[in-house]
Design a protein around this ligand. Structure first.
Ligand SMILES: Cc1ncc(COP(=O)(O)O)c(C=O)c1O
Length: 459
């Protein structure tokens, strides 16, 4: 039996320019259907390429993509086989949603970009350059605040892309948004701030980190204009975590009036606004909205990361804090772990310097827009009673369902049917309309259509 017979592949069905995507989709389906069971060997790439009359590169790339998704294991000379199980993350955080699924599960991951588009060649070039040029000093202990070359590069990047205009010495490199929130919460505690207001609904990873370090979280409702500042004022909080450019998960953009109200709240209450700028690179309806930071730099602690344009695995992010918070945050980082590893920071500086990061953002914006369009079309076709929100930006859609639907039960039924989807209630503090959050970043239009059609059948 040949490889392609075994897989029932019909190469004539492959669109000529999309053979890799087609082949990867066929293999995924074969794995999901059990035609390729756990541990099964897939044909050697050379053999399968010859049988399908494709170039070997097409097969190698399809295998690589599936390996990246945790579906295949490349074992060098021993060949490639279907993964048995995929290791679970031990401490669920923001990345968990973006992470791995069991091979048979179609994971409509929330928050993940298309990780198969990680610019491997550019990163390798940057690392090679860094390693050949790194001085002995650069191989020693780095500044806990972050490597100078990266902070210089970020200073330009933030000014250009987000309107955050600060000198390099005001930037603190962190282990993602999560690392920034963890440091901030610890310094808040040191200063006697043990409560933080947080949007309801909000990202569960952020919420769990703040909940770990602080005594209480004060939920504040959001509507189509973003966080409700009147309700925030009523909580009596002196710090708030918010996502102004793209509320997670509703997708609302903080309206100009609310921006003003929020800044006024901070001035009047001596408050701190923690601005999570998490996926602001992806705006599809207009030019990216400027970060809130410029409206009140001495009140706003701006945090963001590369998890949505490069990969969560890098664990690189940054924060720009009000001046009177800055030194305490750097000291906290020093006392915690002396800062982030220097070599990846230098490689990232190189990626920014050469324009590779900018190209990556542009490429991904186009790709994600196409995926968003496919997801929206599929929801309209297969869930006609649903209302879609948050389509103008980001990497996910919020699909609001008819009131009688129990979204948690639906997500459980979907999981049993092999589709992992996040129920809106998982992000809420208080009850509200049911819905599901559909992350489209990692999936091809065809996969999204199939998954959403299956979800429609379940409802
Ligand atoms: C709202 C929000 N902020 C930030 C992040 C990114 O966290 P990190 O930079 O730690 O990977 C996520 C990840 O899913 C998120 O959903």
């Amino acid at each position: 039996m040949t490889g392609s017979d075994f897989l029932h592949l019909d190469p004539a069905a492959a669109p000529p320019r999309e053979r890799t995507t087609w082949l990867a989709a066929q293999l995924r389906t074969a794995i999901a259907d059990g035609a390729l069971g756990a541990g099964a060997r897939v044909p050697p790439s050379r053999e399968l390429a010859a049988e399908l009359a494709f170039s070997r590169g097409v097969v190698v790339e399809a295998y690589r993509r599936l390996a990246e998704e945790g579906l295949l294991l490349a074992e060098g000379a021993a060949g490639t086989r279907v993964a048995e199980t995929v290791p679970p993350a031990t401490l669920p955080g923001p990345a968990t949603d973006a992470a791995v699924a069991r091979p048979e599960t179609l994971h409509l991951s929330v928050g993940a970009p298309d990780l198969s588009a990680f610019p491997r060649a550019a990163w390798l070039r940057a690392e090679r350059r860094v390693l050949s040029a790194a001085t002995s000093r650069e191989l020693g202990y780095a500044d806990p605040q972050g490597v100078g070359a990266l902070r210089i590069a970020l200073s330009g990047w933030l000014a250009r892309s987000r309107g955050v205009v600060v000198p390099p010495e005001r930037i603190i490199v962190t282990a993602g948004v999560t690392g920034a929130l963890s440091l901030t919460a610890q310094v808040m505690r040191d200063r006697g701030l043990t409560a933080c207001a947080i949007e309801d609904p909000s990202a569960d990873g952020n919420r769990r980190i703040l909940d770990y370090w602080l005594d209480s979280l004060l939920p504040v409702p959001v509507d189509a204009d973003g966080i409700d500042v009147e309700a925030l004022t009523a909580t009596g909080a002196r710090a708030v975590l918010t996502t102004p450019a793209h509320q997670f998960p509703t997708g609302a953009l903080l309206s100009p009036a609310r921006r003003r109200e929020l800044v006024a709240w901070a001035e009047q209450s001596d408050g701190l606004i923690i601005e999570d700028d998490y996926d602001s690179e992806y705006r599809y309806d207009r030019a990216p909205v400027r970060a809130l930071h410029a409206s009140a730099p001495d009140r706003i602690l701006h945090v963001s990361s590369l998890s949505k344009v490069l990969a969560p695995a890098l664990r690189i992010g940054w924060m720009v804090a009000p001046e009177h918070w800055h030194d305490d945050l750097v000291r906290k980082r020093w006392a915690t772990d002396l800062g982030s590893p220097a070599l990846p920071q230098l490689a990232l500086a190189e990626l920014i310097r050469t324009g590779a990061l900018e190209r990556q953002v542009r490429r991904l914006r186009l790709r994600h827009r196409e995926r968003r369009n496919a997801a929206v079309a599929a929801v309209r076709a297969h869930l006609p009673d649903a209302r879609i929100e948050g389509i103008a930006a980001g990497l996910h859609l919020l699909v609001l369902l008819p009131r009688h639907v129990d979204d948690t039960a639906l997500a459980e039924r979907a999981a049993a049917a092999g589709i992992r989807v996040a129920p809106l209630s998982a992000y809420r503090f208080s009850p509200g309309d049911p819905g599901v959050v559909i992350g489209y970043g990692p999936h091809s239009p065809a996969r999204l259509e199939a998954a959403i059609a299956a979800l429609g059948r379940l409802i």
